[in-house]
Design a protein around this ligand. Structure first.
Ligand code: ADP
Ligand code: FRU
Length: 408
């Protein structure tokens, strides 16, 4: 897992759950009030930490009572705060949030008068063991200097930038990050009513990957070739709390990129995680309750009509070798591991047939397995079976679903 540094804010979120949004010049009662830590960068770190990464936060803290709420939560999620700047005076940024019980959507009134984490602070950070730096697109001038310095001093250290709100000259930041995560809010402010047009018309260096989350429509990404990809949002029966859905999506997407998942799979897993966030209050136990990891395999057109195709994919547990068997219109996935010695079945790429093409055959000791069930009918592991894996077609795209507790 990776060492991740995020530069951005932590806030105090005062969240009032209301039956419905109040009309202007009216008064309603909140059914419940929570005070908890918020802020985009730290929200994303809390999720990244649950995904197994070592996380560090660089931001500004004030010596005041509310800071305890923030530090307690960050501490609970094992987030290192040694890179933060401490101020003796001031107030932690505070968000006054109305959370609609009807829709799960939120409206935020944000108050801050705190100086931002500066370039001078950033230069003090030892980045030697950092694998990924994530920035919130906030104070444009200093963030630009941080990005430039990072690229100069650590040209191979990948970094991402979150663009949530429109700010003067924010486009100045777009040339340097490896990944830019845009919000629907930002694209809408520029006049776009969909992510496709926004990402198509966006001017970015060709090596930059861009993603744009679009609430219940899911999320889009643009790869280094300029190709657009989309993944639907999960269908939720009940939306509880969308506060930080975008921050969760960003964390899930960064995690997937760090795992070298293809962009389509990255979009899908980030959507799944963000949906999980929307279906519960707060960020705790977001990851533990997820039961499946999904991996994009290939397009239908990339499979043989009759025969096999091998894959190696990176999973939470390590590299998984598998092959797809395509027989008379049926598609089955097997782990490429003979039950006899636990070694790959084939010697040559995509070659699994027995001589007569009636079975799958292990090249080492000749065990024969049925094509439809992977059951061994002859050889040293007779009566044992190849491990079958779950496949899912999403239109013409083939995905692999693995239980989170899957063992290699
Ligand atoms: P934010 O407003 O926090 O920046 P979005 O509202 O765009 O973020 O949502 C981010 C991601 O959260 C979406 O891409 C989607 O995956 C998920 N999401 C948001 N709202 C819903 C919803 N109603 N149902 C399912 N997933 C949702
Ligand atoms: C959610 C959030 C809240 C915070 C606000 C700051 O994305 O980070 O936790 O109060 O946005 O803009």
């Amino acid at each position: 897992m990776a060492n991740i540094l995020a530069v951005g804010i932590a806030t105090i979120d005062i969240i009032n759950t209301v039956v419905d949004y109040p009309d202007e010049d009216s008064e309603i009662r909140a059914s419940v009030q929570h005070r908890r830590r918020g802020g985009n960068a730290t929200n994303s770190l809390v999720v990244l930490s649950q995904l197994g990464h070592q996380c560090r936060w660089a931001g500004v803290l004030v010596n005041e009572a509310d800071t305890d709420i923030i530090l307690t939560d960050l501490n609970k999620h094992h987030i290192d705060t040694h890179d933060c700047t401490y101020l003796n005076q001031g107030k932690m940024p505070t968000s006054y949030i109305s959370l609609s019980a009807k829709t799960g959507s939120r409206s935020i009134v944000h108050y801050r008068d705190l100086p931002e984490f500066s370039f001078d602070d950033f230069k003090q950070i030892d980045l030697s063991n950092i694998d990924w730096v994530h920035f919130e697109g906030r104070n444009v001038d200093d963030t630009l200097k941080m990005l430039q310095w990072l690229k100069q001093q650590h040209p191979h250290l990948p970094c991402s930038l979150e663009i949530e709100k429109p700010r003067d000259n924010i486009e100045k930041l777009f040339d340097l990050p490896n990944l830019i995560l845009f919000s629907k809010h930002y694209a809408s402010h520029l006049g776009y009513n969909n992510a496709t047009n926004f990402l198509t018309e966006l001017k970015l260096p060709s090596a930059t990957v861009a993603a744009c989350a679009w609430a219940e429509a899911g999320a889009w990404a643009r790869d280094k070739q300029g190709t657009l990809l989309h993944s639907e949002a999960e269908k939720l029966n009940s939306v509880q709390d969308t506060l930080g859905a975008g921050d969760t999506f960003n964390a899930g997407f960064i995690h997937a990129i760090l795992q070298h998942q293809p962009l389509e799979s990255a979009l899908h897993s980030a959507n799944q995680l963000a949906a999980k966030k929307c279906s519960q209050v707060g960020f705790d136990n977001l990851v533990n309750n997820t039961t499946e990891q999904a991996h994009f395999l290939c397009l239908k057109a990339d499979l043989p009509e009759q025969g096999f195709r091998e894959f190696k994919i990176q999973t939470e547990q390590g590299e998984l070798a598998l092959f797809i068997s395509c027989q008379d219109g049926e598609t089955t996935a097997y782990q490429n591991k003979c039950p006899h010695l636990g070694i790959p079945l084939n010697w040559e790429t995509d070659k699994f047939y027995s001589m007569e093409k009636t079975h799958i055959q292990c090249s080492t000791h000749g065990a024969l397995f049925t094509l439809d069930k992977g059951h061994c009918i002859a050889g040293p592991c007779v009566d044992q079976s190849l491990m079958t894996l779950d496949l899912e077609w999403r239109e013409d795209r083939l995905w692999l679903s693995l239980p989170l507790n899957f063992s290699l």
